[in-house]
Every structure is written in C-alpha cells, then in structure tokens.
Design a protein. Sequence first.
Length: 155
Amino acid sequence: MDITDLNPPPSPDEVFRYFQTLPLPTLTTRQQPPGNALVGLPVVFYAEGPTSQDFTLDIRGFTVEITATVESFTWHTGDGTDLTTTDPGAPYPDQTVTHDYAAGTYTASLTTTWSGTFRVDGSADVAVPGTTTTEGVPVTFAVVEARAVLTDPYD
C-alpha cells in the first residue's frame, strides 16, 4: 500500500477553502480630484496596492504555494453605476477609469476579485477553482456645479 493513499495531497477544492481565508491586501480606492469634483469633468479612479501576492501554507503536512492575482476591479461609483475593469486605473494624466457625475455627494468603493494558482510540494501549477473578493475602504466626495457670476470690475 502506498502511504499517499492514507494521506492524499490537498485537492483543488480543499485549497480553495484555504484560498478564501488568505489575508489578501485591501486595495485603497483613490479618486481625483481629491476633495470636491465638478459637474462636467470626469472623476478619475485608481487603486493603490499590490495586485499579486504569494503565500506558502502547510496543509496536512504538504507545502502548498498559492499565488493570488487580481482578476478584476469593480468600481461602485455611488450613483448606482458599477464599472468593472481588469485595470487598476491610474492617476491623471494617465487615467483609465473615469466617471461623470451630477451634482451631489457620493460614496465610491472598490471590490477586488482575486483568482489564483497553486502547487503542492513543487508540482506543476494548478488553477484554484474559484475566486474571492476584498472590499476597499470607501471614499466620499461632493460633486458641485460651477456657476458663472458676472461682476462689475469697477464695484
């Protein structure tokens, strides 16, 4: 009898259960301009933080190496619109994730979806059969409307 019959290596489903409990980084949601925004000018969103992370676990005596990688970013804009990208965005002038708002106060947040691969005792990489998510800290900002005011320069 082979000893591995008594203690088989972790299955993909077993690794997935561990994957869901990993301390994945919570990416910080950033918006530009900081503070108030203006109606008619898009708000720029981007995330800060690592988009890949490696973990080494001991599962029943087996060394399991897991690489978690961001699969997608879902930007909850606060006005009912969700934007899903594979891009973490970038600050101005390289912005890639933007949204236009009407006047008001909004709370935007970010949900990051993570996928992964794993290997047991140095074997070939295998896909983790599922994803998990982390929630970023929300940001609240006002969008105001600029109004022209005529003035008399001699007043």
